[in-house]
Design a protein around this ligand. Structure first.
Ligand code: HEC
Ligand code: HEC
Ligand code: HEC
Ligand code: HEC
Ligand code: HEC
Ligand code: HEC
Ligand code: HEC
Ligand code: HEC
Ligand code: HEC
Ligand code: HEC
Ligand code: HEC
Ligand code: HEC
Ligand code: HEC
Length: 460
């Protein structure tokens, strides 16, 4: 390209100079066109007096009052092309370049700005002489746009993209954003829109009313593509709060890439505990403190999976659980009301008053889970005896006991080879034995008779 330019300059010098030198001299004689060369940075052919490379003489007599003695070469492109034959490469031309309207942006005789540009040193001034300013002046303006450097992404003349970009979008962005480049190259999982589409799937390259130059507000930015999730969440009664907070989905996901599956910003359990384990966020319950020092963690927690039980996005169940689970201390039993626990545990746990296999909580064949829980008026929910997350006692029982209003009902379980013994605030200490059923004497001090209906049996 440089060679062609030099060649063109050489040709113009050989063929045009002798004739034009005098023309220039003539044109600049006196004060007629003295302003033509008044600019700080005159354009070389004008300075050299080569006026006729661009101006074509029409009348013998110049000046002729009321008549134009000169016209321009058919288009400025024609006039410029001999000396500037090539303006980069690319199949897409900027409209004014295509129209040969070089002087829309350049001053043909000379100017005060770099590269003879019109409207100031900063490109934005020039560009805004034709393009609407509004998309570039929203609340948060992108760094290079603020600096007026449209040229850091666009070629003013031509390129291979319709948007006149100087390269592939991602390459342009990552050329400056090395921090994101590092995230992408260190990640195992890259969010498909980045590889398949580009950064501008989510960001406005110019300006935006939202933080991080986002094209849309949270969580709609993400829902634009994640319709299935959006549709599902539209139907739930309980949306997990962070989704509707300012960072939205970005509270848990890295929108670009991650070392962790599902683009989580860190390992799942650590992620959840970053909020649910931070004393500063009280009254948010501190689950980290609840787990600390406990001997027995509930199975899924041993695998670091909070989402084995909770839906991280939203759910219509109590506490974002992935299935039905009663919210209260006592709850009338209804079929399906414990589906949450029973999707992982013995599904017949609560089906039969008598069983030999479905649970170890038996006295002989008497199913003591059935006895306590299946009650149409006041069933005891699992939380009366079991902790959800962690416990110091066996079978997820906690010696501190379950919360009953402001009171904790103490509950100590000892398990033996064939049964166990419960000392609790509900009734006197009672044992159970699967091989040699304990015979409960009716009418003893507490009046408790577990063999009768639980409604009358266990003190409410
Ligand atoms: C590189 C091409 C080029 C050269 C060389 C050139 N002109 Fe021009 N000139 C133009 C163009 C293009 C216009 C029309 C400008 C416009 O429309 O904005 C123009 C406009 C003019 C005008 C109209 C008034 C004005 O300034 O807009 C005069 C007078 C003029 N030129 C004189 C000269 C003289 C004298 C010389 C030589 C010293 C010269 N030009 C050299 C391209 C050139
Ligand atoms: C007779 C040859 C010739 C013609 C015709 C010509 N130029 Fe130039 N132009 C030059 C030379 C010589 C330079 C200075 C050398 C360089 O920097 O490449 C130059 C420089 C430029 C520059 C860069 C200025 C700078 O400071 O580096 C621009 C922009 C430019 N010309 C635009 C135009 C436009 C627009 C036209 C048509 C209206 C045009 N030229 C017509 C010879 C010409
Ligand atoms: C939309 C505005 C615009 C139009 C139209 C335009 N240019 Fe430019 N031109 C620019 C800008 C902006 C730059 C400076 C780019 C940069 O900063 O590197 C430039 C740079 C140049 C340069 C110097 C750098 C280079 O690429 O060699 C030349 C020569 C040039 N233009 C010639 C032309 C010619 C000839 C035409 C018409 C065919 C034209 N321009 C049309 C905006 C324009
Ligand atoms: C003389 C008027 C004019 C100037 C000055 C101008 N443009 Fe344009 N630009 C146009 C026109 C006309 C189009 C075609 C618009 C369309 O198709 O909607 C266009 C299209 C574009 C496009 C492609 C848009 C598309 O939808 O294909 C980009 C990018 C662009 N211009 C950037 C710039 C930049 C950057 C500058 C400043 C260096 C600039 N323009 C200066 C007139 C101009
Ligand atoms: C950080 C890179 C970058 C900068 C700086 C930049 N643009 Fe763009 N521009 C883009 C990208 C990328 C697109 C394509 C957007 C898309 O496809 O959604 C674009 C598109 C455009 C379009 C086409 C219309 C549109 O909005 O889709 C115009 C016009 C435009 N830019 C003008 C400008 C002007 C004028 C400036 C300087 C004030 C500028 N751009 C600065 C990257 C940039
Ligand atoms: C020429 C360098 C450059 C290019 C190219 C560039 N950026 Fe930027 N970008 C910056 C600068 C400078 C900032 C402001 C940084 C700051 O304020 O800390 C910025 C800020 C941002 C921000 C906002 C950060 C925040 O904290 O709010 C986003 C998002 C962004 N750029 C995305 C992009 C995208 C997408 C592209 C490609 C279309 C891109 N950038 C291309 C230089 C660039
Ligand atoms: C799927 C949408 C999406 C895509 C695609 C995307 N981003 Fe982002 N980006 C975001 C969101 C959302 C944020 C805000 C994150 C937050 O709040 O923590 C962000 C933040 C940023 C920031 C601000 C700094 C930071 O890390 O928080 C920069 C810079 C950035 N993105 C650049 C890029 C670049 C460069 C690309 C292309 C390689 C890109 N983004 C692609 C959604 C996206
Ligand atoms: C331009 C479309 C698009 C946008 C916008 C988008 N995504 Fe995605 N996302 C995809 C595609 C495509 C996949 C891969 C297919 C799938 O799993 O649905 C994906 C996958 C994911 C995954 C699963 C990754 C895995 O490892 O399986 C998560 C998490 C995700 N996106 C979160 C987000 C978040 C958060 C946002 C908003 C910041 C967002 N997405 C915005 C298109 C998009
Ligand atoms: C509180 C943290 C958190 C927030 C906020 C969050 N997610 Fe997730 N997301 C997760 C976790 C954890 C997983 C992995 C779930 C699993 O393995 O069951 C996940 C999985 C996903 C997946 C892949 C699996 C699936 O369910 O399709 C997509 C897509 C996704 N999230 C999109 C989003 C979008 C979009 C938003 C914002 C509307 C969002 N997430 C907000 C934590 C979150
Ligand atoms: C960015 C902070 C944040 C992160 C990360 C977070 N949460 Fe939450 N979570 C909250 C807030 C805020 C509430 C709402 C508390 C309220 O309404 O009082 C909440 C509520 C909950 C609730 C109770 C819902 C109810 O109906 O009472 C559960 C269960 C929960 N989160 C589980 C999780 C799990 C599991 C994860 C990890 C996948 C997680 N959270 C990650 C902030 C967070
Ligand atoms: C085995 C299933 C299970 C796992 C795994 C699990 N949870 Fe829970 N979580 C529950 C149940 C059941 C409740 C309801 C407890 C109750 O009120 O009886 C609950 C309640 C909660 C609450 C609401 C506490 C309150 O009283 O406001 C939060 C917050 C919570 N879990 C967070 C987590 C976090 C964080 C993790 C991972 C570290 C996690 N959960 C793992 C089953 C689970
Ligand atoms: C996502 C699956 C899952 C859900 C849902 C679940 N658990 Fe578990 N639970 C486990 C796993 C895994 C273990 C450890 C392996 C085992 O002992 O079965 C376990 C262990 C237990 C234990 C201790 C058993 C023993 O022998 O030590 C009790 C008690 C328990 N769960 C009660 C519950 C209750 C009550 C619920 C409902 C509030 C529930 N679980 C919901 C998976 C689950
Ligand atoms: C009255 C207290 C009590 C209630 C209420 C209770 N459990 Fe239990 N559960 C126990 C005892 C005691 C054991 C220990 C049995 C043994 O191993 O000797 C046990 C054991 C378990 C086990 C281990 C496997 C088995 O059946 O032996 C699971 C799972 C379990 N319970 C789930 C549940 C679920 C789900 C609920 C609510 C539907 C529930 N429990 C309600 C006292 C209770």
């Amino acid at each position: 390209m440089v060679r062609m330019k030099i060649l063109a300059l050489l040709l113009t010098t050989i063929f045009l100079t002798p004739a034009l030198a005098s023309a220039g001299d003539n044109c600049l004689v006196g004060s007629c066109h003295s302003t033509v060369l008044s600019a700080k940075r005159p354009h070389s052919p004008a300075k050299d007096g080569n006026c006729l490379v661009c101006h074509v003489k029409q009348l013998q007599q110049h000046p002729t009052p009321g008549k134009k003695g000169f016209t321009l070469a058919a288009s400025s492109e024609k006039a410029c092309a001999p000396c500037h034959p090539s303006l980069g490469t690319g199949s897409q031309f900027h409209q004014p370049v295509k129209e040969g309207n070089c002087v829309a942006c350049h001053q043909p005789h000379g100017g005060d700005n770099r590269l003879l540009l019109k409207n100031g040193e900063e490109l934005s001034g020039l560009c805004f002489s034709c393009h609407d300013k509004v998309p570039f002046t929203r609340k948060l303006v992108h760094g290079p746009v603020t600096a007026g450097k449209c040229g850091s992404c666009h070629d003013p003349h031509r390129s291979d993209s319709k948007e006149l970009l100087i390269g592939k979008t991602n390459d342009i962005c990552l050329g400056c954003h090395e921090e994101i480049k590092a995230v992408l190259s260190g990640a195992r999982y890259v969010h498909p829109p980045i590889s398949v589409s580009s950064c501008v799937a989510c960001h406005d390259p110019h300006s935006s009313d939202r933080p991080s130059l986002a094209k849309n507000k949270m969580p709609d930015l993400c829902f634009d593509c994640h319709k299935t999730l959006q549709d599902r969440l539209a139907k739930v009664t309980n949306l997990h709060k962070p989704l509707s907070q300012a960072r939205g989905c970005g509270n848990c996901h890295d929108p670009h890439a991650s070392k962790v599956k599902n683009l989580l910003s860190t390992d799942e359990m650590e992620l959840c505990l970053s909020c649910h384990g931070d004393a500063k966020l009280a009254p948010l319950k501190n689950i980290r403190a609840e787990l600390k020092g406990k001997k027995n963690l509930h199975g899924p927690l041993l695998l670091g999976r909070c989402t084995g039980c909770h839906d991280p996005h939203g759910s219509s169940n109590f506490r974002l659980l992935k299935g039905a689970y009663p919210a209260t201390f006592y709850a009338p039993y209804a079929q399906g009301s414990y589906d949450f626990c029973l999707k992982c545990h013995e599904k017949n746990l609560l089906r039969f008053p008598d069983t030999t296999v479905n649970t170890k909580f038996r006295n002989g064949n008497r199913n003591l889970h059935y006895l306590h829980v299946v009650n149409n008026r006041k069933g005891r929910t699992c939380r009366v005896c079991h902790e959800a997350h962690a416990a110091d006692g066996p079978k997820l029982t906690n010696s501190a006991g379950a919360s009953f209003g402001a009171w904790k009902i103490p509950f100590v379980l000892e398990v033996t080879e064939t049964g166990g013994r419960c000392s609790s605030g509900c009734h006197r200490a009672l044992g159970y034995d699967r091989s040699k059923p304990v015979v409960y004497l009716p009418g003893r001090s507490s009046g408790f008779n577990p063999l009768s209906s639980p409604r009358q049996g266990v003190r409410n």
